[in-house]
Design a protein around this ligand. Structure first.
Ligand SMILES: Cc1cc2nc3c(=O)[nH]c(=O)nc-3n(C[C@H](O)[C@H](O)[C@H](O)COP(=O)(O)OP(=O)(O)OC[C@H]3O[C@@H](n4cnc5c(N)ncnc54)[C@H](O)[C@@H]3O)c2cc1C
Length: 429
């Protein structure tokens, strides 16, 4: 709506700012922030089942709910409602639900708490842009004797006697290996990379129905003439909502795409990157993300990127105009500086990322997802591992920890080497 709230960095600053806006709720706000810290300290115990060897992990997971506080197994809304009945405050505190893709009555509090707590230290952005993540990791992989291939789609993980021994690429080549690790996402791995026979033999055909993929998304990639300073582009993100009831907004939007987007995230990557102006002087970028339903695009399923036809382009234009209007409402000065704009739909991310249905964050982050103890880096197939965000949680940090856990699972008894690095802070949680 028309109200706005600043989410400021720093625990005390955050409490002060929120208490200023909700003076009668100061005690609840303080309790809430303390709960975020408490939850954060329990995260290693919450995911211990995924970090332990599979048999020990399964045993631990059986007792996990009895060993840990019950708020770790509740929805975000349930936990916040125990702290306050002020619905506006709950809506404001859960405003970054877009970071994990589910509104407060649906999302797991543990997921909310991890995201909300990390923001108390302020946001972070890779110097040189997201591509730097790959650019800095690839030389390390190569120095260790590894190699990285792009445009090397995997068609199938090769399995014999329930033991993985390599992959067959889409182009037909087979690469054999002692171990295979998939970061393609839990659902795409089961549905697309394993044969039906292997899936059924290991019960994954039934298990996969216990999780859902997260919401599909639209993303605007816009370029502007002028640098951030000239254009008044900030380093912060905007989160924009039609009402204070996030769950109701999502439901209404699911009924019709003509209803207001239940959330719009506007971010300014070039302004956050200290190196940007050296590389791209007098240019700025804006990214706008929102949720959508893959069904809107169903009729073009199977068509080719860039050649989906006029009707598809018209729908994209309509959605682009709506999202750009939201940006211009906040920053009218950008209107005349627009240089380029392109919208991705669920079909675009399916095309480029090979995800299931344009989902933004792999599997859904509801309470039940975190009860799926079968989701573990080690699979039922010998020498076949899962990694990435679906093993832990969404986000670059979640995917990173997924990598740590899979490494530990693969190292077996030598896994303590990884915990030593964690303790030394070489790998940071
Ligand atoms: C628009 C958007 C904005 C986001 N913003 C943020 C943010 O600001 N901060 C943050 O922390 N997180 C953000 N996220 C979430 C974050 O990007 C993901 O959680 C994270 O990238 C997951 O990492 P991953 O390694 O598990 O999977 P991915 O990064 O999805 O990597 C999986 C890879 O597997 C490849 N693949 C799939 N199938 C095959 C196959 N058959 N053969 C070969 N390769 C295959 C895919 O192409 C992909 O490259 C954002 C996500 C989106 C969509």
């Amino acid at each position: 709506g028309e109200d706005y709230y600043d989410f400021v960095a720093g625990k005390e600053n955050f409490i002060e700012q929120m208490a200023f806006r909700f003076p009668d709720e100061a005690a609840a706000i303080e309790k809430y922030v303390e709960l975020l810290y408490k939850t954060s300290s329990l995260v290693p115990k919450f995911f211990a089942g995924q970090a332990l060897p599979k048999v020990a992990g399964s045993l631990y997971n059986r007792f996990k709910e009895k060993l840990l506080p019950d708020y770790l197994f509740k929805t975000t809304y349930e936990v916040l409602f125990e702290l306050t009945d002020n619905q506006e405050l709950i809506a404001v505190l859960t405003a970054q639900w877009g970071d994990y893709g589910l509104p407060p009555k649906k999302s797991a509090f543990i997921m909310h708490a991890m995201v909300a707590k990390h923001y108390l230290n302020g946001g972070a952005y890779p110097v040189g842009g997201a591509a730097k993540i790959a650019e800095t990791i690839i030389p390390l992989i190569q120095a260790a004797g590894g190699e990285v291939f792009t445009y090397a789609g995997v068609d199938e993980v090769l399995v014999r006697n329930n033991k993985a021994y390599g992959v067959r690429l889409v182009k037909g080549e087979e690469i054999t290996a002692d171990a295979v690790v998939s970061c393609a996402g839990l659902v795409p791995t089961i549905n697309k990379l394993l044969s039906e026979e292997v899936v059924k033999a290991n019960g994954y055909d039934k298990l996969v129905n216990k999780v859902q993929t997260s919401s599909a998304h639209l993303c605007i990639y816009a370029g502007f003439k002028g640098n951030a300073e000239e254009l008044g582009i900030p380093k912060k993100n905007f989160w924009i909502y039609p009402t204070y009831d996030h769950d109701a907004s999502v439901e209404a939007f699911h009924e019709s795409k003509d209803y207001d987007f239940p959330l719009i995230y506007i971010s300014f990557p070039s302004a956050k990157d200290p190196n940007w102006d050296e590389r791209y002087p007098n240019k700025s970028t804006v990214e706008i993300v929102t949720v959508c339903k893959p069904e809107w695009f169903e009729q073009w399923q199977g068509t080719t990127w860039g050649k989906r036809g006029e009707e598809y382009d018209d729908l994209k234009q309509e959605l682009t105009d709506r999202l750009m209007a939201t940006l211009y409402k906040q920053m009218p000065q950008l209107k005349d500086a627009l240089d380029y704009v392109e919208l991705s739909t669920p079909l675009s991310t399916q095309w480029f990322q090979w995800n299931e249905g344009g989902e933004i964050y792999g599997i859904e982050h509801d309470v039940d997802r975190f009860r799926q103890n079968w989701i573990h880096p080690k699979t039922e197939i010998k020498n076949f591992y899962l990694t990435g965000s679906d093993v832990v949680t969404a986000g670059v940090g979640g995917a990173l920890m997924g990598g740590v856990m899979t490494t530990m699972a693969m190292m077996g008894l030598k896994a303590s080497k990884v915990t030593e690095l964690l303790k030394k802070g070489v790998i940071s949680t």
